[in-house]
Design a protein around this ligand. Structure first.
Ligand code: FAD
Length: 603
C-alpha cells in the first residue's frame, strides 16, 4: 500500500497487479504525460482517479492545497485539536464505492451515531424539555410524545413514506442523467440505446406507484407544507426542516426545499438507511482512504500543484493542463473536480475567433460537436452564460471550536467526570423551537444581515472519537446559517464582522449550555467568502452550486451538459457541481470516470 509523504509530495503509485512499480511516477516525480489528469484532489476527484487507474488509465491528481480532500479534510488548526474543518458527517458516500475501492482496507472507519438528533427547547429563557431522536423507534416515539402524541403516532409512517421515495430515487444517483438530445439525433441504434437510459426513471416512477403525485409534491413543495401535513409540534417540525434548508439560502417556506431534505436522508451507514456517522480521525479519513485506494492501483497524487489552465489542442480539445508554475502535463482526458464556475470561467482559456473558423470539428464527443463556438470564447456563449449565472448563494458560516470541557446542556446536564452522554454524539439543533425562527433567520440574511438568532447545528465528534482532542477536551463543530456572502451596504466580512457574528453564535450556545463560552480555547470562523477562498467553493456554496430543482438532474451543472462531458472534448466535470450534486457522496466522481472511460476507449 502506498504511504503518504509530507506536504507537496506524491502518493507513489502501485501497479494494477498490486506490485509496487519502479515507474517514473513512484518517488514523487510528476510525469510530463498521463492518460488522464484530474484537477483537484477533493474526494470526488480522488474517486474518479481511483476508478480510472483501476481500469488501467494512467492517472495523476493535481491538488492546489497542501492536503487532499477538498471540503472533506481533517485539519489541526488549533494545536492538539483535529477538526473536520468543513464537512463533518458521513452518510451519503455511495456504498458501492466503499466496496469497489475497498475503503475499509484503506483505513476508513466510521463511528455510527445512535441517538442522532437532539433539540433542547428554550422555554421562558430556560432549556428544560428536549427532543432526542434515534434508531430505537419506541424510545423516539416516547420523546416525540412529550410534545404531541399525535405526532408520535405519525412519525414511523412518515419515516416509511420518505424511505420509499429514497429507495425509488436511489438508482438515479449512480449514472448520468438521461440525455434527451441523444434520442433525437444520430443513428437509430444509438437513439434506441439512449432510450434505455430512461429505465431508471421509469423504474423510480413504478416503485412509487399510485402515490407518485404525493411524492411529486414532496419534491416540489415547501417543506413546511409537507411537515404540516404530518405533524403539529413545532420542535419536531423545525428539527426535521433543518435537513431541508441545510447549505441552502432558502427558507423552509421556499418551494423545492423538500428535495434538499431528501438529499440529506438518502444516505446509509453500515447498511442502515439515513444514518450519519463521524469518520474516525475526522472527515479527512474518508479522503485518505480513497486516495490510498487510488494510489494502490497506481495513480500519482500530488498536493500543492495548482492548475492554472486547461491545455487545448489545435482543434479545441483538452490536451492536459498547465500548472501555475508553467509546467505542462499532457493527457488525453482532463477531469475537473473544481466547481463548474472555476473550471469553465477560469481554467478554460479563450482563443481568437479567427482560429476557430479555420478548424474542423473534433469528433470524440457528440455534444461537443453540436455546440457552436462563438466570439472569442472556446465555449458556447449560452453555456458560459448558464455557468456564470449559476445560483451559488450560500448561507453557511462554519465555526470550529476547541473547548477544554464537554458542553453541559440545561435540558440534560452533564453527569460527573464530564463523560459524554448519549445526546453529546448527536447533531444538536439550537434555535429550532419552531420553523418560523428558521424563516426569520433566512429573511435577515436575505436583506444582507447575519441572522440575529441563527440556526445552529452543533456537533461534538470527540464525544465518540477521543483521538480528536487532548484528554478532557473536545472539538465542537458549529454549522450555522444564515449569513449572506455580501453584507448590507457593501461592508466587508472583516475580522470585526466575523467576531461579532461568532460572538452572537456563542451567546446562543451559552443560553442552552451555560459555561460554554468560558470553555473555549480557540476558534476558526469560516464565513461564505472564507469558504470560497480556502476551499474554492463558489460563493461559499457547500455543494458547488445550489441543490435547487432548477439545478438538478439534467440541469446540473447546466441544461444539456449533465452527462459529465463539456463543450470541450476531453474535458469532464467530476465534482459536486455535476449530477447528483454535493455532499461527501463520491457519485459525481464515479459516474464521470465511467463516462470518460467510455470516450477513452474510442480515442
Ligand atoms: C462547511 C461545510 C460543511 C459540510 N458538511 C457536510 C457534511 O457533514 N456531510 C456531507 O456529506 N457533506 C458536507 N458538506 C458538503 C461536502 O463537503 C462537499 O459537497 C463535498 O466535499 C465536495 O466534494 P468535491 O470533491 O466535489 O469538491 P471539493 O471538496 O470542493 O474539492 C475540489 C478540490 O479541487 C481543488 N481545486 C480547485 N481548483 C483547483 C486548481 N485550479 N488546481 C488544483 N486543484 C484545484 C480544491 O482545492 C479542492 O480540493 C459540507 C461542506 C462544507 C463547506
Amino acid at each position: 500500500m502506498a504511504a503518504r509523504h509530507g506536504l507537496g509530495r506524491a502518493w507513489a503509485g502501485c501497479s494494477l497487479q498490486g506490485r509496487r512499480l519502479a515507474h517514473a511516477g513512484a518517488g514523487g516525480q510528476l510525469q510530463r504525460e498521463y492518460d488522464a489528469v484530474v484537477i483537484g484532489g477533493g474526494h470526488n476527484g480522488l474517486v474518479a482517479a481511483a476508478y480510472l487507474q483501476k481500469s488501467g488509465v494512467r492517472t495523476a491528481v493535481l491538488e492546489r492545497r497542501h492536503l487532499l480532500g477538498g471540503a472533506a479534510v481533517t485539519e489541526e488548526i488549533i494545536p492538539g485539536f483535529k477538526f473536520s474543518r468543513a464537512s463533518y458527517l458521513l452518510s451519503l458516500l455511495r456504498p458501492q464505492i466503499s466496496t469497489e475501492l475497498e475503503l475499509q482496507r484503506h483505513g476508513l472507519r466510521v463511528y455510527a451515531r445512535d441517538p442522532y438528533s437532539f433539540t433542547p427547547v428554550l422555554e421562558d429563557g430556560q432549556a428544560q424539555r428536549s427532543l432526542l431522536l434515534g434508531h430505537d423507534m419506541a424510545e423516539t416515539q416516547r420523546q416525540i410524545a412529550q410534545f404531541s402524541s399525535k405526532d408520535a403516532q405519525a412519525y414511523p409512517k412518515y419515516e416509511a413514506f420518505l424511505s420509499r421515495l429514497v429507495s425509488a430515487i436511489d438508482p438515479l444517483l449512480d449514472a448520468a442523467p438521461v440525455d434527451p438530445a441523444a434520442w433525437s439525433q444520430g443513428p437509430l441504434l444509438q437513439r434506441l440505446r439512449a432510450l434505455r437510459g430512461l429505465q431508471p426513471l421509469l423504474r423510480a416512477g413504478l416503485a412509487l406507484g399510485k402515490q407518485l403525485p404525493q411524492y411529486y409534491q414532496v419534491l416540489t413543495a415547501p417543506i413546511t407544507r409537507i411537515l404540516d401535513l404530518w405533524f403539529e409540534s413545532e420542535p419536531l417540525k423545525a428539527t426535521l426542516a433543518t435537513d431541508a434548508v441545510i447549505g441552502a439560502m432558502t427558507s423552509p417556506y421556499t418551494p423545492g426545499s423538500g428535495y434538499v431534505l431528501l438529499h440529506h436522508v438518502m444516505g446509509e451507514l453500515e447498511g442502515r438507511k439515513g444514518a450519519w456517522g463521524y469518520v474516525a480521525g475526522g472527515m479527512g479519513g474518508v479522503s485518505q482512504a480513497i486516495a490510498g485506494a487510488a494510489a494502490a492501483h497506481g495513480a500519482d497524487i500530488f498536493t500543492e500543484k495548482p492548475v492554472a489552465r486547461v491545455l487545448l489542442g489545435p482543434r479545441g480539445e483538452a490536451q492536459g493542463v498547465v500548472l501555475q508554475d508553467g509546467t505542462e502535463v499532457k493527457s488525453k482526458l482532463v477531469l475537473s473536480n473544481a466547481s463548474a464556475q472555476l473550471t469553465f470561467l477560469k481554467l478554460v482559456p479563450p482563443r481568437p475567433a479567427r482560429e476557430i473558423a479555420r478548424e474542423p470539428h473534433y469528433p470524440a464527443c457528440s455534444l461537443a460537436v453540436a455546440a457552436p463556438v462563438s466570439g472569442e470564447e472556446q465555449l458556447p456563449e449560452e453555456f458560459l452564460q448558464h455557468v456564470a449565472q449559476l445560483d451559488t448563494r450560500s448561507p453557511v458560516t462554519k465555526i470550529n471550536v476547541a473547548v477544554d470541557r464537554l458542553p453541559s446542556f440545561l435540558a440534560v446536564p452533564n453527569a460527573g467526570a464530564g463523560r459524554p452522554l448519549p445526546h453529546h454524539q448527536c447533531s444538536i439543533h439550537l434555535n429550532c423551537e419552531d420553523t418560523d425562527l428558521l424563516h426569520r433567520a433566512f429573511q435577515e440574511a436575505s436583506s444582507g444581515e447575519p441572522s440575529t438568532r441563527p440556526m445552529i447545528e452543533l456537533c461534538i465528534p470527540s464525544a465518540l472519537d477521543p483521538t480528536l482532542a487532548p484528554p478532557g477536551c473536545h472539538v465542537v463543530s458549529l454549522f450555522t446559517q444564515y449569513t449572506p456572502y455580501t453584507l448590507a451596504g457593501g461592508r466587508p466580512w472583516d475580522e470585526q464582522e466575523q467576531n461579532a457574528y461568532a460572538d452572537r453564535v456563542f451567546d446562543w450556545v451559552e443560553a442552552y449550555a451555560p459555561g460554554f463560552k468560558a470553555s473555549v480555547v480557540g476558534r476558526d470562523i469560516l464565513t461564505p467568502p472564507a469558504l470560497e477562498k480556502i476551499f474554492g467553493l463558489p460563493g461559499g456554496n457547500i455543494f458547488h452550486g445550489a441543490m435547487s430543482l432548477d439545478q438538478l438532474y439534467f440541469a446540473r451543472p447546466v441544461p444539456s451538459y449533465s452527462g459529465y462531458r463539456s463543450p470541450i472534448p476531453g474535458l469532464y466535470l467530476c465534482g459536486s457541481g455535476a449530477h447528483p450534486g454535493g455532499g461527501v457522496m463520491g457519485a459525481p466522481g464515479r459516474n464521470a470516470a465511467s463516462v470518460a472511460l467510455e470516450d477513452f476507449k474510442h480515442m
